[in-house]
Design a binder for this molecule. Sequence first.
Ligand code: FAD
Length: 427
Amino acid sequence: SIPVGRPDVLVVGGGIGGLSSAYALAHQGLRVRVLERAKEFGEVGAGLQIAPNCTRILAEYGLLEEARTLGVVPENMVMRDALDSRELTRLDLHDLERHYGHPYMVIHRSDLHGIFLRACRRAGVELLTDRTVVDYEHTDGGALIRLEDGSTEEAPLVVAADGLHSVARRKLVGDDVVSSDYVAYRAAVPIEQVRDNGIAEKDVTVHVGPRCHFVQYALRGGDMFNQVAVFESPKALAGRDDWGTPDELDATFERTCDTVRKGIPLMWRDRWWQMLDRDPIETWVHGRIALLGDAAHPPLQYMAQGAIMAIEDGWVLARHYARLAEAAPGGTRPDWDAALTAYEAVRVEHCRRVQTTARAWGELWHLDGDPRHRRNAIMRARDTYDYSFTDWVYGPTALTPDEEPEMFTPIPLSSAVVEDSEGEPLT
Ligand code: FAD
């Protein structure tokens, strides 16, 4: 289809970040056009964990019930040591739902993406595929994008939600991705294939081990089982380009407990994800071009907040637009610059905290030797119903810096008690 008329907002990228923000902005009465590079809208990969700071927004959008039908609300999130399989700590997800007022859920990526795609259609968002954006320019009162076929489009606001390898980020910021030397393997298989593996079907289980971890949870009403295996690649550390290959997967998980080891042969072996992020940056808004989602703040996935932060970004931007629209004199359009300033003022710092905490969690999860024992002792001492380490993330999304809660400061590993009064190691 050939687009007619000039939209109020152009969104580049139709991933979860692009579609959810297109929906949020269209809901404010704006004409929104999404340009997606792929031939069809869709998501690659398997499961996504969505915490209460996301389900709260889905509820506000009227999309939570659809998500509940397609996803699963697990009973617990349990962390175990990947070597000896001992429980380290847990969240009771029913109690967590009472605490935050909204559920912690798991859902197939394509299902969440589909929910936003249908919502965009209902809201009248123009959804265009096979459109690759190759350049951006500032114009008077807006921005212009150039497509691969040489055509251009203009709007008062361009939202660049084009992911980790964002063209907009390359042009406006010019920084590089940062490799963690870790790689992820994924698999979503029929639940029957794993029933004899000692799995906990109703829980999200994270097994943390030396230089590796393994995540498991049921999907699609419990019919499927999602597994993610993550490890540090020796070939990456040796500076080789072909890193993260299946032989490294098998070798890394050889020492782990039965439940983890039995899951490894089921991992998809034709595709793996090298774990990259970027250093946080302070400026996401350049004139009328705003970075959003992974284009602005790609995290390592250890806090399971990447897609959620993208959804929060769109919600915050639309809420600020709505606030300014209400205050604007009759018949006039509010000032995008003020909405963008407010967006940047609150989101940059929140996402910086999540990105840096995700890196720190990765280090904590992957400890070996004495530090591993110290970590285990600290985690075992945590009260299941103590939410101080999740409140700053799972609580309501802040609209202003004043609303942003204090960040949780972890107990230093050096203070962990790992010996009994006789000096015997506590295992
Ligand atoms: P993307 O999903 O990358 O979408 C970008 C879109 O832009 C794509 O559709 C792409 O085709 C399009 N595009 C790119 N370039 C162009 C161009 N030049 N022109 C037009 N279109 C373009 N997050 C969670 O919240 N919970 C989790 O449990 C979780 N688990 C994860 C597990 C793993 C192993 C990984 C790797 C990530 C995980 N994440 C999780 C993070 C999450 O997947 C990402 O943060 C999220 O998908 C980012 O969404 P996005 O829309 O910003 O970017």
